[in-house]
Design a protein around this ligand. Structure first.
Ligand code: PEP
Ligand code: MG
Length: 615
């Protein structure tokens, strides 16, 4: 599988992120996820115009000999594809469907071989050449007459596919005659590739380096098209039916093909790739059977302390994993992710639909909706104001939007209220730096609720408003903040970066400091103690909550609610079930010596000495 953050990404320049990253929807022709560089497919033989004249000047005899040779090469080439298919090992994990696809794909190539050896086709071509036509014109004319003949037979997919087989073979034959540049001319390096084509024949697809081919995107194709069948046997995701494809994609663009949802992300921003990566990791975890075993078990320590494990989600499909992962609900739904996947700002109705779908998928499980958190690495291409600002200035504008563009938040709150009628609505505000920002947001929320009531519309049964602690200034205002919030959640990713004045996107800097430093842990401890004293529910939803060693520390500091990506849940739950709370609590109280850079090794020793799986 190819999802990794080191895979090709949209150009890092802010301008490019803003202008061209977007999603297009088509239909799924094969499942799976692929991330790679686009290679625009030119059908073989379409680049032979310049040699057409040369052919006209060749003697008939020379052309006939060359035609015979080209047929031999064509048959050899297809035979080679067939041999490769037969020798590629069928893995133990190959499903019945994949095995079936492989068989059908082999049958298609067998038919191609038969056609390539068909004496009738060759005879037609030879006759035309003898009548004075050049070989290339003869191939085109023969193809046209075959096309017309097959079209007369009917419009069923079967005949269309046969036409496409002849198109594929005719193109290849021309290539053998002209040695014209092959399909891979634009592609270099060894990074994963995604082939983008209007039409492509199955054998043409096999021309691409299979070790690098990770996806296929088509303008128009059906489930039963030969190329889709061959792609299925290669186990690559395929999305078809995207009419505007060739205008939107250039060779070299980074593409993320989601064959499960029938969607293609053109120049996906880092955040979108990250969410897909988390999904992929979760599926891998499930594949290994890790989550099945622990999903139904409680996240409870040996001495009976229950820890609430929640999911961080951003893709609508993430929500489906709550039960499979063994989590209790969604502790952080990043609403900016679906916003980032659209070419324009979703209106209130579109947002209502989206939030309703999330709530439906979550079923009885609670969902914490975080309001839009944009800026920095999370860019909405259509937010004009951000485009003109420098990367530093536009870094995280989330809370400031409340003041700068209150309409954005008002529409989002309105949609959340309408989507949650008859149920509880939980809203979390990101990037809060001042208590007044929560008050401003609360006023907008109250305004929206009153607006709905005045219109006679029903409202949610209960609304909870919380904030993230991720700007250090807020840590110093907790007593003043408490009366205005129903809950709090530590966004350790941002709190850490702003605490140490580093940039979370640049590992060189982030590696220099550690979330397990006594200094940072003392901040987390202070937050926990203050919230506990004020009876304010508190969680951690930054990445550290999903890492075993870090979550061990958090539990030792008294945190009882952790929100993380789906693949982390089984690991953290396993760790908790082997842990004695009192022991880690006592240990943490004694281990945080300020002069130490971090307590990572101490925690490793603790885990080893207590038989806790923690890596
Ligand atoms: C965080 O900052 O820790 C957090 C959870 O929010 P995000 O990663 O979306 O900024
Ligand atoms: Mg954050």
């Amino acid at each position: 599988m190819i999802l990794s953050l080191s895979a090709p990404m949209a150009d890092d320049s802010v301008e490019n992120w803003m202008t061209i990253s977007h999603q297009v929807d088509g239909i799924s022709l094969n499942t799976g996820i692929g991330l790679g560089r686009a290679v625009l497919h030119h059908p073989v033989g379409t680049k032979v115009a310049s040699t057409r004249e040369d052919f006209g000047n060749r003697s008939q005899k020379a052309q006939l000999i060359q035609l015979d040779q080209a047929f031999v090469h064509l048959a050899d080439e297809i035979q080679a594809f067939i041999s490769q298919q037969s020798t590629s090992p069928s893995t133990k994990t190959q499903t019945q469907m994949q095995a079936q696809s492989a068989k059908v794909s082999r049958d298609i190539l067998d038919v191609h071989l038969l056609l390539a050896r068909d004496p009738g086709w060759k005879r037609q071509l030879r006759e035309r050449i003898r009548e004075g036509m050049s070989t290339l014109d003869a191939i085109d004319q023969a193809l046209q007459s075959i096309r017309e003949r097959l079209e007369r037979k009917g419009t069923q997919p079967h005949w269309r596919e046969r036409i496409s087989d002849f198109e594929d073979l005719s193109g290849r034959l021309k290539r053998h005659l002209t040695d014209s540049v092959g399909v891979l001319e634009n592609e270099d390096g060894d990074s994963p590739i995604i082939v983008v084509a209007d039409r492509i024949g199955p054998a043409e697809l096999l021309d691409y380096d299979r070790s690098r081919l990770v996806g296929l995107v088509l303008v128009e194709q059906s489930h039963t098209s030969h190329v889709a069948i061959v792609a299925r046997s290669l186990e690559i995701p395929v999305v078809g039916g995207i009419k505007t494809l060739l205008q939107e994609i250039n060779t070299g663009d980074s593409l993320l093909v989601d064959g499960n949802e029938g969607r293609v992300y053109i120049r996906p921003v880092r955040e979108v790739v990250r969410r897909y990566d988390a999904q992929f990791q979760f599926k891998k975890t499930r594949h290994l059977g890790l989550s099945e075993a622990v999903a139904p078990l409680m996240a409870r320590t040996l001495d009976g302390v229950s820890i609430s494990l929640l999911l961080n989600a951003g893709l609508v499909e993430d929500v489906d994993h709550i039960e499979a992962a063994g989590a209790e609900g969604i502790g952080l739904y990043r609403t900016e992710i679906p916003f980032m996947m659209r070419p324009k700002l979703p209106n209130v109705n579109e947002q209502v639909k989206l939030y309703q779908e999330i709530l439906n998928r979550a079923g009885r499980h609670p969902v914490v909706f975080r309001t839009l958190d944009v800026g920095g690495d999370k860019v909405l291409p259509y937010l004009e104001r951000l485009k003109s600002e420098s990367p530093i200035k536009q870094r995280r504008t989330a809370a400031r939007i409340v003041f700068d563009r209150p309409i954005l938040l008002r529409y989002q709150l309105r949609a959340l209220i309408r989507a949650s009628v008859g149920t509880e609505l939980t809203i979390m505000l990101p990037m809060i730096a001042e208590v007044s920002e929560v008050q401003a947001a609360r006023e907008l929320l109250d305004g929206e609720i009153n607006r709905e009531k005045e219109k006679g519309n029903p409202v949610p049964t209960n609304i909870r408003l919380g904030a993230m602690i991720e700007v250090p200034s807020l840590v110093h205002q907790l007593p003043q903040l408490f009366p205005h919030v129903d809950f709090l959640s530590v966004g350790s990713n941002d709190l850490f970066q702003f605490f140490y004045a580093i940039d979370r996107e640049y590992p060189k800097l982030t590696d220099r400091y550690d979330v397990l430093s006594p200094t940072f842990l003392s901040v987390l401890k202070s937050i926990q103690e203050q919230c506990q004293g004020a009876h304010i529910p508190l969680s951690v939803c930054g990445e550290m909550a999903g890492r075993p060693l870090e979550s061990l520390a958090l539990i030792g500091l008294g945190y009882r609610t952790l929100s993380m990506s789906a693949p982390a849940v089984p690991l953290i739950k396993t760790m908790i079930r082997r842990l004695t709370y009192q022991e880690i609590s006592d240990y943490m109280a004694g281990v945080c010596v300020p002069s130490q850079a971090n307590i990572r090794q101490n925690l490793r020793d603790f885990a080893r000495d207590h038989g806790i799986y923690c890596e």
